[in-house]
Design a protein around this ligand. Structure first.
Ligand code: ATP
Length: 216
């Protein structure tokens, strides 16, 4: 599904990733770990093509039978069209829009809205509420639901459980596990133990390099 080869990432002259190799199979969940500043967010941004300059290979298989394509030079919108979904750490919601508007602004269909709301039932009674009036955990659910409106095949999530109430953490973890069982591939930067235990692969970054990789 995704293969990174000798990936380097730069913020102007400052290098943040130093030759990362990584492979993710279709329908699997890879959890990325590492201390603050290890390069987890940078890795996700490199894959989606935002805010950072990269060198090396970022290959995705666009469909099961096709050869992998190197997306490294593509703009972010083209990567999203090819099947990538991304939820940033700061969620990037439209605070002044309602939950329903935040979901439909993606251009996703009403059928897809129904599908997404089945997975995030907590959002159903909040459709008319503005995103600014939601708790952090509810906003995280909305940001994840919004990414799913585009029907991605690979979803990148930056610390989805960070700073949210324990009861919502459990819902989030279970929702991600359910999405995997429906064939979605996931790459998640996260420290949550339950999610780490459920992962097919755990990769630890230290100072912009892979220190450890465990496959289950
Ligand atoms: P955290 O858990 O704190 O989010 P992280 O593992 O996601 O950490 P990154 O945010 O990817 O780490 O940061 C990796 C390195 O890149 C750090 O040295 C950081 O200071 C640097 N960095 C991150 N964003 C920028 C930026 N916009 N400009 C310059 N350097 C940056």
């Amino acid at each position: 599904m995704l293969e990174l080869g000798q990936l380097q990432a730069f913020y102007g002259p400052a290098q943040a990733l130093f030759g990362v190799d990584l492979r993710l199979q279709v329908g699997q969940m890879l959890v990325l770990q590492g201390l603050n500043g290890a390069g987890k967010s940078t890795l996700l941004k490199s894959i989606v093509g935002l805010e950072v300059q990269t060198r090396g290979r970022i290959c995705m298989r666009l469909d099961e039978r096709a050869e992998p394509v190197d997306m490294g030079a593509w703009p972010a919108y083209r990567r999203v069209r090819a099947g990538l979904g991304y939820v940033a750490e700061d969620r990037r919601l439209f605070a002044g829009l309602t939950v329903r508007e935040n979901l439909l602004i993606t251009g996703g269909s009403v059928q897809q809205l129904d599908w997404v709301l089945e997975r995030f039932a907590l959002l159903k009674p909040m459709l008319g509420r503005s995103a600014a009036q939601m708790s952090g955990g509810e906003q995280q659910m909305l940001a994840t639901a919004r990414a799913l409106m585009m029907r991605p095949r690979l979803l990148l999530l930056d610390e989805p459980c960070e700073g949210i109430a324990p009861v919502l953490v459990e819902t989030m973890v279970q929702t991600l596990i359910d999405l995997r069982s429906q064939g979605l591939s996931l790459l998640v930067a996260e420290q949550n133990r339950q999610l780490v235990q459920a992962a097919d692969q755990v990769v630890e970054l230290v100072a912009g390099k892979v220190r450890d990789s465990t496959t289950r």
